[in-house]
Design a protein around this ligand. Structure first.
Ligand SMILES: [Zn+2]
Length: 235
């Protein structure tokens, strides 16, 4: 599955946890960053077949997530709701690639892979367009009903740093996949489905870059480097 499908699937399945975090801490932004980053975590090791085998196995994905979460807990004091979101998002990635693509669930005990549908077919693109559309409508509705939950103003300084640490690599992976998708599906084998999924790709790329920029400015403001007194909303 491509990046938009993974993010959409994890977002939809993590909604109760997002609401839980919002009710405890007053913001959707940090849990959203966790959903985005951890929903694509195994694909950071996608550039090599061997590494992909490791990161797309139950054991590899678990070790990867646990190591990162321990580091984030030590550095930023990441709480349990965010940790659960991260673990759910990582396993949802494996579920997504199990449905469309392939995973090696039993590695290192076996290199047998499991596949239900082939990656990057018209079915794949249409499936990802449908779940991305649903996820977009859900997030727009939440934003319309509860705009305060998307404010960067009230977010603690440590949480801002934690957010930037994962939003930046997410944006970088998004950029890399946009390039790969563009060559493969737009330049070589253009279809309307590819064009529509390409729009979701571009939306996620622009949003993550804008998000990173806003977080950076909010961190600067926290340090008193900025004289801008206006409120920092994500949009
Ligand atoms: Zn994957």
């Amino acid at each position: 599955m491509w990046l938009p499908g993974h993010v959409a699937l994890a977002l939809l399945l993590c909604l109760p946890l997002l609401w839980l975090y919002r009710s405890k801490k007053g913001s959707y932004l940090l849990p959203l960053a966790f959903v985005a980053f951890f929903s694509v975590l195994p694909d950071f090791l996608h550039f090599d077949t061997g590494l992909r085998t490791v990161s797309h196995s139950l054991m590899g994905a678990t070790v990867l997530a646990v190591v990162l979460l321990v580091v984030m807990w030590k550095v930023f004091g990441t709480g349990w709701v965010l940790q659960v979101i991260a673990v759910v998002a990582v396993y949802v990635h494996l579920l997504g690639d199990l449905y469309i693509g392939h995973i090696y669930p039993y590695y290192p005990f076996s290199t047998e892979y499991i596949q239900n549908h082939q990656f990057n077919t018209v079915f794949d693109l249409r499936f990802e367009i449908i779940i991305s559309t649903i996820a977009t409508l859900v997030i727009i509705t939440i934003y319309a009903l509860d705009r305060k939950g998307f404010r960067l103003d009230g977010v603690a300084s440590t949480d801002l740093r934690s957010m930037l640490t994962i939003v930046l690599p997410f944006a970088a992976l998004c950029l890399a996949q946009v390039g790969y998708f563009g060559i493969l599906d737009i330049l070589q084998d253009y279809t309307w489905s590819a064009a529509i999924l390409g729009l979701f790709f571009l939306a996620l790329l622009s949003l993550s870059l804008l998000w990173a920029m806003k977080i950076y400015r909010a961190i600067q403001k926290d340090h008193g480097y900025s004289s801008n007194e206006s409120r920092h909303y994500l949009f």
